[in-house]
Ligand binder design. Sequence first.
Ligand code: 0A1
Ligand code: ZN
Length: 867
Amino acid sequence: MEIESNVTPKTIYLKDYTPAPYRVGHVNLSFTLFEDKTIVKSEVQYIKTADATSGDLVLNGQDQVVTAVEMDGIRFDGYTITAHEMTIKDAGEKFTLTITSEIDPASNTALEGLYKSQGSYCTQCEAEGFRRITYFQDRPDVLSTFSVRIEADKHKYPVLLSNGNLVDTGDLAHGRHFTAWNDPFPKPCYLFALVAGNLVRIEDSFQTMSGRQVALHIYVRAGDEQQCDHAMQSLKKAMKWDEEKYGREYQLDLFNIVAVSDFNMGAMENTSLNIFNTKLVLAHQETATDTDFDSVEAVIGHEYFHNWTGNRVTCRDWFQLSLKEGLTVFRDQEFSADMSSRAVKRIDDVDQLRRLQFSEDASPLAHAVQPDNFIEISNFYTTTVYEKGAELIRMQHTLLGQETYRKAADLYFERYDGHAVTCNDFVQCMADASGRDMSQFFLWYKQAGTPTLKASGQYNAAQQQYTLSLTQSQPDTAGQADKKPLHIPVAVGLLDALGNETHATQILEMTAREQSFTFDHVPSRPVPSILRGFSAPVKLTTDLSDDDLRLLQLKDTDGFNKWESGQTLALRNIERVMADATADISQFVDDFGIIIEQAIAGVGDKALLARALTLPTIAVIAQTQTVIDPAAIDQARTHILKSIKRAHKDALARLYDDNANTGTFSVSPAAMGRRALQNVALELLTVTNGKGCAARAKAHYDGANNMTDRVAALACLSDSTQPERELVFADFYERFKAYQLVVDKWFTLQAMANRPAIFDDFAKLRQHHEFNIKNPNRVRSLYSAFALNNPVQFHHPSGQGYAILRDAIIELNAINPQIASRLVTPLREWKRYTPVLQTQMQDALQAIMNTPNLSNDVFELVSKSLK
Ligand code: 0A1
Ligand code: ZN
């Protein structure tokens, strides 16, 4: 663990990038694991590059004790060590440097570098964890081959893994053993990995398109092996998909996945040794929800796809993080879309983007997809770099079309396999393969903030023409004003008054601030379906009437816009109620009944219908407000939900019954759709939180044969004060207390309770013997669930919610800076809240700022948020 002194940390700038002065030939690492320490010996060949401006070799390193240094096999002491670096002045043209140092994985609570999780050793080197293992040029543009030898007690650590191929293994004296690994493909050190533990493995294999057999192994703790099948199937599907969609084959004979319970993020793509948070590997009908099953598939795909987009072609520097992350998220989104329902996947992704990325863009922490400066790179694993980055790839796909996009991707892999490159290099491949000028498009990478797009239409009956006028504008963000117009692909189709599609989807390419597009042969006033499939990450406002939206909601051929029109109508009605509690919402409530009837009649995809029957969440609504008042949003939203229940109680009960559990469990999209629809009906039927609601939710829980239904029942009981609530929560805990990931859910569902008792409940949960501040999943299950998913209570005017989060951030700052700084997220948008909330949020941030020994991670996010 490292604590920075209170000196203002250094900012790193993209413009200062210079190539590394020394190339690395080969790296030989040896790890000797003992209970009280690990001895790391690294033997590295350095070769000065022709254009090096200095002969000094500067190696990054921290949290280790150097015990010996040799140059070309001879004891060497011509180096200096500061807190974070080892420097050798004028080191020479070509030499081998051997450094032996000692580290203490057992006391590593930051979970970066080599650490222990539930008795197993594992590593996390991205972005800058390798420097906690040994002194090295810890930067992604230094690529080399690695050989690794691991030695440990055989009984305690029977499994010893690293990247590449197993080349040797054997027993040693004193009950110890070793394995030796060789990775023949040059890689940056952030992709290095090591695992040592007492784990069991599930095996399968995959035959690649050229006919090679790849052994697939998933390692988990004994007892968890029954929960790995979905992950294994997902891996095989991902390998096949990448061959079919991108022509990309896996290059090694072995692919390992290891699941660990203490992990800062979701998973990590280390070459041939992916390390995963258990949450994204383990899935079984009794313990995982449908959302969990989908996340496992998506993240297994994501990490596997990094093999080409990230590992074989990697990043030149960390400002290029979106080169691998935006592209890999786009790839995993498309993989998931191909595995289930494309429209539903798009809806869920856009919902997430609006909730998290739009809020980042609207905060002082807004930054470009290719940022130009940072203090702590860990803070830039953001939804902007990942999800907005994916939207930029999606737009390029839209502009080029599938066929040309594929040619451009082929060109990218051909040009850059084995290289460390930039986002500019990627976009240049898109330009070269298509013959298009992508220079204006590149502004999307450089300009932060969510653009606004205004659309208005004019129909000319005499000419039978329809003209759509579009205006784009870009908000000012921290350090960026007067932005240029962007190249925006706007997908548009036209419907006639009866809802027939008269003009299929066209991509309008907007490049100016204001632009008009004319459609010919339009026999009557049309209803435009604008931004189909959410073709660009913008905030769209239109001049469509409620009736236009109602038509689109029922008739649009674009699944996304069909849903979107309903959401826009919901939003309009929520705003009406917020302005006037007695506003007439009868039309909206009646229309809701039509969708319920459609669902009962079984018209269409059930998963899609379930989304259509869901109102936008408070967090999504918040992003449309100039001043955010979560309690007022909740009140209006709940008023509408209750009106819907009152008006359609019988129909909802029928929908619930029609979609009852049939007994056999499956994770097919159809089965998930049925559960989603039944659970939406349950949610609407229990919205009033009375006796009948609690009884209904309890019956649902008692009849459940899977976690999706159980969680749905608990969510319906969570806000309740009826006795069933305690009964069901207690039963749930007793039944599943052996499963850490389910205990996380138990914490989360209570942390999300929107009821006055929440503050007492929260204090009890914090004291619960199962709460552990050192376990990131547990921290997220309590604190992130409360601060992000319980907006009404987190933003309680008393400020108690903010105090809870403030104290957690201060406590975690000294334990795990990455997790501490992630918890700053719910406070970053403080300026957008009502005056009372604003000052209290600001006070909480200021109190954190005044804490001594702030980590760089927390310092950066809190100081920038306060600006
Ligand atoms: N590259 C991983 C995400 C990741 C990033 C940082 C980590 O530790 C600080 C861990 C994982 C991915 O995109 O899946
Ligand atoms: Zn990734």
